[in-house]
Design a protein. Structure first.
Lengths: 256, 14
């Protein structure tokens, strides 16, 4: 059976908020490394991978591998009943029909209990190759969100160019064009505000802003975001959590 | 589309 308790329900709430517009139904795979999910969006150009490691939970018990087939809209409805700082316990039998969620308020003796019906989801498991990227850029997640939102007002796609000096986001649309450059800067006092560029070689790729804006819903998970780019391979966008991550992969647009 | 095909190429089915 599975029994996994999160100190803060907010963690799962944020994860579900971050991915629910990309993926409707998916398996939460529970095993001795924690809870993971991996799913492609309907159009098969983006992939989300999430891992909540066992340290994220206390206690964490999972006797055998269990796939919890969950409709994310349903899970979100139930999670709305949890306060952000409630203790959240997930429980399931070995061959479950339902996932049991218990929300316990830290401040009073309120205990709320919900069951979500599970579904059989026949999901393809994909191997994500270890990739040496041409450029890896770590920047404030709020800044990345702002840039994507601002440029999306002008255009459907953005060109991202990473060089030693900085990272440039630019777009062209019917009403005009726009560009935002972040220079490499190491903020010693506030490291989360730094823009750090690790460069093997300069790289420039174009992506759909619709997807990037969607991925930015994960911004509440982490103050920083890491973008990894290489020619002709999917962009990797990682939001690191204390004990896990949410990663998005997006295929570059062709013809540039 | 070819974009989908490239994603499939990158992420190998296990």
């Amino acid at each position: 059976m599975l029994e996994a308790r999160l100190e803060q329900a907010a963690v799962l709430k944020k994860v579900v908020d971050a991915i629910k517009d990309l993926v409707q139904d998916c398996n939460f795979d529970c095993n001795d490394s924690g809870i993971q999910l991996q799913a492609m969006d309907n159009s098969h150009v983006a992939l989300v991978a999430m891992h909540l490691k066992t340290d994220a939970f206390s206690p964490y018990r999972c006797d055998r591998n269990i796939a919890l087939g969950i409709n994310l809209a349903s899970l979100q409805k139930v999670l709305r009943a949890a306060q952000n700082d409630d203790l959240l316990t997930l429980k399931a039998e070995d061959a479950p029909d339902v996932l049991n969620l218990v929300f316990e308020s830290a401040e009073n003796d309120r205990i709320a209990e919900y069951d979500i019906k599970l579904m059989d989801i026949d999901q393809e498991h994909l191997g994500i190759p270890d990739t040496e990227y041409a450029a890896t850029v770590t920047m404030p997640s709020s800044e990345f969100q702002r840039i994507c939102r601002d440029l999306n007002a002008l255009s459907e796609s953005v060109s991202i160019e990473a060089a030693k000096e900085g990272i440039k986001f630019s777009c062209q649309g019917d009403i005009g064009s726009g560009a935002v450059t972040l220079r490499q800067n190491n903020n010693v006092e506030k490291p989360d505000l730094s823009t750090i560029i690790e460069l093997n070689e300069p790289v420039g790729l174009t992506f759909s802003l619709k997807y990037l804006v969607n991925f930015c819903k994960a911004s509440s998970l982490s103050n920083t975001v890491k973008l990894s780019l290489s020619a002709e391979v999917p962009l990797l966008i990682e939001y690191k959590m204390e004990s896990g991550y949410v990663r998005f992969y997006l295929a570059p647009k062709i013809g540039d | 589309t070819s974009t989908q095909a490239r994603m499939q190429d990158f992420f190998k089915a296990i």
